[in-house]
Write a protein that binds this ligand. Structure first.
Ligand code: ATP
Ligand code: MG
Length: 271
């Protein structure tokens, strides 16, 4: 709606985990590097925690983009509130390109684990690494699911893990995993995403505007300061407020986004 007015090719602050807009902040770059390393070296399991709206799902999408099909087979599970057989079925469906047994929906965990093992061994024979990403893992309540995840890490051949398991979730995931020592001990690598500081908030806004087609500074330093204060440096909240500000600025025929525009927009920023 306001794109043409602001000379943008597209909306810069859409709240979707689109890797095209990925901003390489130190912590995001670090997380992506570590997770890529964990997958490349078949390190078993890795955990990414972070407060809501700080980019965990986006990192998952960036991994799907970066870990290409020449070397990796990936499963991305974003609804871990499943039973163990449902979770396994979902993983097998994500990984297996060929036809599944017709009675798949009736299979229980043991048979599914056997099918999964075959899939993993076939992937290895094809020279592919298998990566399973479980997003929103902090909402897992069922102990059986953690037990199933632990069993997945038992799939090894000559001391090499047949899969890499990534667990993504909000900070309470750490405490949950700590209660499952056998799983916890297998987490070879941990990374964490936090809110941005003020300087990063400014760079983030500039970056997203640039990707959307506008190179010069539209948001004044004063405006950025208030955006940081109002959003606490959480990317999802920054996106929301910046989007509203561009709309307000468009409505008022503003030349740039200054303090006044942000203050007007925050009235509608009811998070
Ligand atoms: N480094 C970044 N570069 C570009 N956009 C980002 C970055 N980090 C977060 N975002 C944006 O912020 C929004 C929220 O990110 P995302 O959905 O990945 O958060 P999350 O950590 O998965 O949150 P939740 O815990 O609620 O699931 C998305 O629109 C995403 O594109
Ligand atoms: Mg998420």
């Amino acid at each position: 709606m306001y794109e043409a007015y602001w000379k943008l090719k597209e909306k810069p602050f859409r709240n979707t985990p689109d890797p095209k807009f990925f901003f390489n902040s130190t912590q995001h770059e670090d997380a992506l590097l570590k997770l890529t390393y964990a997958a490349a070296e078949s390190m078993g399991a890795a955990m990414l925690t972070g407060v809501f709206g700080c980019g965990k799902t986006l990192i998952g999408q960036a991994l799907l983009r970066d870990l290409g099909p020449e070397r990796y087979r990936l499963a991305f599970i974003n609804t871990p509130l499943l039973s163990s057989p449902e979770l396994l079925r979902s993983i097998v469906r994500n990984l297996k390109s060929t036809e599944l047994p017709s009675k798949m929906s009736e299979l229980m965990s043991d048979s599914l684990l056997e099918i999964l093992q075959d899939v993993l061994i076939n992937n290895m024979r094809d020279g592919k690494e298998t990566v399973i990403i479980i997003d929103e893992a902090h909402i897992i309540k069922d102990d059986n699911i953690f037990e199933t995840l632990r069993l997945l890490l038992n799939f090894q051949l000559q001391d090499k893990f047949l899969l890499t398991l990534f667990l993504f979730g909000q900070p309470e995931l750490k405490d949950k995993i700590n209660n499952y020592k056998q799983l916890e001990q297998r987490i070879a690598l941990r990374c964490h995403l936090d809110r941005f500081g003020e300087k990063e908030t400014a760079q983030y806004i500039l970056h997203r505007m640039k990707v959307a087609g506008r190179e010069d500074q539209v948001f004044t330093p004063d405006a950025v300061k208030i955006i940081f204060e109002k959003t606490g440096g959480i990317p999802r909240r920054i996106n929301h407020l910046c989007d509203l500000s561009l709309l307000t600025g468009f409505g008022r025929k503003a030349q740039n986004i200054d303090r006044t525009i942000i203050e007007r927009s925050t009235k509608e920023f009811g998070e």
